[in-house]
Design a protein around this ligand. Structure first.
Ligand SMILES: NC(=O)c1ccc[n+]([C@@H]2O[C@H](COP(=O)([O-])OP(=O)(O)OC[C@H]3O[C@@H](n4cnc5c(N)ncnc54)[C@H](OP(=O)(O)O)[C@@H]3O)[C@@H](O)[C@H]2O)c1
Length: 434
C-alpha cells in the first residue's frame, strides 16, 4: 500500500503566531494525519532574516525569498502570519492566483482588503480562511460563516482588544491611572512600545470591520468604523462609573436595522451585571444577536501564540480535509448586502457627561436647559460636595437615549457657558438590548 501523499504547507512568518503554528503542527502530527487522512508537512518558512538561527521541527526550509513558496507547485496551502498590509497582500493574492489555499491571521489585511481577496479566491476556486484574525483563539469567524448562517444578525458587541481590556480592568476602581496601566501592560508584554494601534482603537476597528462584514453580509472597510481610543479616560471616570453601577469597556459595536447599519469602536459604560462587564484582563468576548439564535456569546483568549495557533491550525485542517477528500471547502457568504452605514451623527444611545463648573447656584439649571433645548433629557446628576480647592465643582450627568448630533451640539454649547470651566469627558452608555 502506498503511503498517503502529505499536504505541503508554506508558512509566511515564524513569529509569535507562526512559531505556535509550526509547533502545534509538529507536536500533533500523528493525530492530524489520522484526522485528515494524510500528513500535513510544513515544507517552507518565510522570514525576514533567514540567517538567524531558528528551530522548526520537520526540516522545513527557512528562506527570505517568497518565490520559493509562491512558485512551488507542491505547496498547496499558504499560511500568512507575517502581519501588515505590504507585502502580505501581494503574497496572498499571488498564492491565490497560483491556485493555493490561504490561511491568514492578519486582521489589517482582511479589514482593508477582505472583499477583494475573497473575490479573487472565488475566481480561482480556492479557500481563504481567517479565524485567527479576530479574537485569537475564540471561534467566531467559523460560527459567522457557517453555524449562524441561517440568522439575520442585528447586533454585535465585542471586547476584541486584550491590551486595552487589560488596561481598563487595571484602572477599574480608580486606583491606577492611564499611564500606570499602560506601563503595567508594557511590562507584562501585553502592550507594544508604541501602543497606538491598541489604545487608539485601530486594532479593534480592524476586527469589527471583519465581524460586521460577515454578520451584516456587506462590505465594511476599516475606515468605515467610527473610532475613539481610551486615552481620555481618567480615574475619576472609573469612580463615577462604579458609583452609577457601570464598568468601562472599549466596545466594538455593530448594529443593523433593516437596510442601515452602524459600526463604532469607543469606550462605553456597560451595566455591571452585563456579561461583557465581567470579561476582564486580556480576555476577549463577542456577543451577537440573531433572529433565530437570540443572543449568543463567545469568550476566550484573544491573542497569544497557542490560542492563535489553535485558530490557524483549525483553518489549515479544514482545508486539508477537503483537499484529502474528507470535507468541503468553506465558502464565506457573499458580501453584497444592500446596507448603508449611518454617519456617527445619526446614532442614538445614552451618554455620560463629566464637567467642571463654577460652584455657583444656577449652573446646573443652565446646563439642563442647554440639553433640554436639544431634546436631550437627563437620567441622573451627581454633583460632588465639597467643591474642589479651586472653587470649581465636578458634575456628572447621564442622559436618556438621545441623538449623537444633538448631544455633540449640546456639549459645544455647554463648553461655551460662562460658568463652565470644561467638559472633561463624554462617554456613551451601552445598556445593551439584552
Ligand atoms: N501575536 C498574537 O497574539 C496574534 C493574535 C492574533 C492575530 N495575530 C496576527 O498574526 C500576524 C502575525 O503576528 P505575530 O505576533 O506572530 O508577529 P511577529 O511575532 O512579529 O512575527 C512576524 C513574522 O513574520 C516575518 N515577517 C514579517 N514581515 C516579513 C517580510 N516582509 N518578509 C518576510 N518575513 C516577514 C518575521 O520575520 P523575522 O522573524 O525574520 O522578523 C516574523 O517571523 C499578524 O497579522 C497579527 O496581527 C497575532
Amino acid at each position: 500500500v502506498n503511503a498517503p501523499v502529505p499536504i505541503n504547507v508554506g508558512l509566511l512568518g515564524l513569529g509569535t503566531v507562526g512559531g505556535g503554528v509550526a509547533q502545534a503542527l509538529a507536536a500533533k502530527q500523528k493525530a492530524i494525519a489520522a484526522h485528515v487522512g494524510c500528513p500535513i508537512r510544513v515544507t517552507h518558512v518565510l522570514v525576514r532574516d533567514a540567517l538567524r538561527e531558528r528551530r522548526v521541527a520537520g526540516g522545513a526550509v527557512i528562506t527570505s525569498d517568497p518565490d520559493e513558496i509562491l512558485d512551488d507547485p507542491d505547496v498547496r496551502i499558504v499560511v500568512e502570519v507575517m502581519g501588515g498590509e505590504t507585502p502580505a497582500l501581494d503574497y496572498v493574492q499571488r498564492a491565490i492566483h497560483a491556485g493555493k489555499h490561504v490561511v491568514t491571521a492578519n486582521k489589517e489585511l482582511m479589514a482593508k482588503h477582505g472583499p477583494e481577496i475573497l473575490a479573487n479566491a472565488a475566481e480561482h476556486h480556492v479557500s481563504v480562511q481567517f479565524e485567527g484574525s479576530v479574537g485569537g483563539g475564540i471561534p467566531i469567524i467559523g460560527p459567522l460563516v457557517r453555524d449562524l448562517l441561517a440568522n439575520d444578525i442585528t447586533a454585535v458587541n465585542a471586547i476584541i482588544n486584550g491590551t486595552t481590556n487589560f488596561m481598563l480592568t487595571s484602572m477599574a476602581g480608580g486606583d491606577l491611572d492611564y499611564a500606570s496601566a499602560l506601563r503595567r501592560a508594557q511590562e507584562l508584554g501585553y502592550a507594544e512600545a508604541d501602543p497606538a494601534n491598541d489604545v487608539d482603537g485601530i486594532d479593534a476597528a480592524y476586527k469589527l470591520a471583519i465581524l460586521a462584514s460577515l454578520a451584516f453580509r456587506t462590505r465594511v472597510h476599516a475606515d468605515d468604523v467610527y473610532r475613539e481610543g481610551i486615552g481620555r479616560l481618567t480615574s475619576a471616570d472609573f469612580r463615577y462609573a462604579e458609583e452609577l453601577g457601570y464598568v468601562i469597556k472599549l466596545l466594538a459595536i455593530g448594529r443593523r436595522n433593516g437596510s442601515t447599519a452602524q459600526v463604532r469602536v469607543h469606550p462605553a459604560l456597560v451595566p455591571a451585571e452585563h456579561p461583557l462587564a465581567k470579561v476582564d484582563g486580556v480576555l476577549n468576548a463577542v456577543e451577537l444577536e440573531g433572529d433565530l439564535v437570540g443572543w449568543a456569546m463567545f469568550q476566550g483568549p484573544g491573542a497569544g501564540s497557542d490560542p492563535t495557533a489553535s485558530a490557524v491550525v483549525g483553518d489549515i485542517l479544514e482545508i486539508a480535509r477537503a483537499l484529502a477528500g474528507g470535507g468541503c471547502f468553506p465558502v464565506p457568504p457573499a458580501l453584497d448586502g444592500d446596507v448603508t452605514l449611518l454617519p456617527m451623527a445619526d446614532i442614538e444611545t445614552q451618554y455620560y457627561l463629566r464637567l467642571r463648573a463654577a460652584d455657583r447656584p444656577g449652573v446646573m439649571a443652565q446646563v439642563a436647559q442647554v440639553l433640554g433645548d436639544r431634546q436631550v433629557s437627563l437620567a441622573s446628576v451627581i454633583q460632588k460636595e465639597p467643591p474642589r480647592s479651586d472653587g470649581s465643582a465636578e458634575i456628572v450627568i447621564t442622559t436618556h437615549t438621545a441623538r449623537e448630533a444633538a448631544v455633540q451640539e449640546a456639549v459645544h454649547a455647554i463648553e461655551g457657558l460662562e460658568s463652565v470651566i470644561e467638559v472633561s469627558n463624554l462617554i456613551r452608555i451601552e445598556d445593551g438590548a439584552r
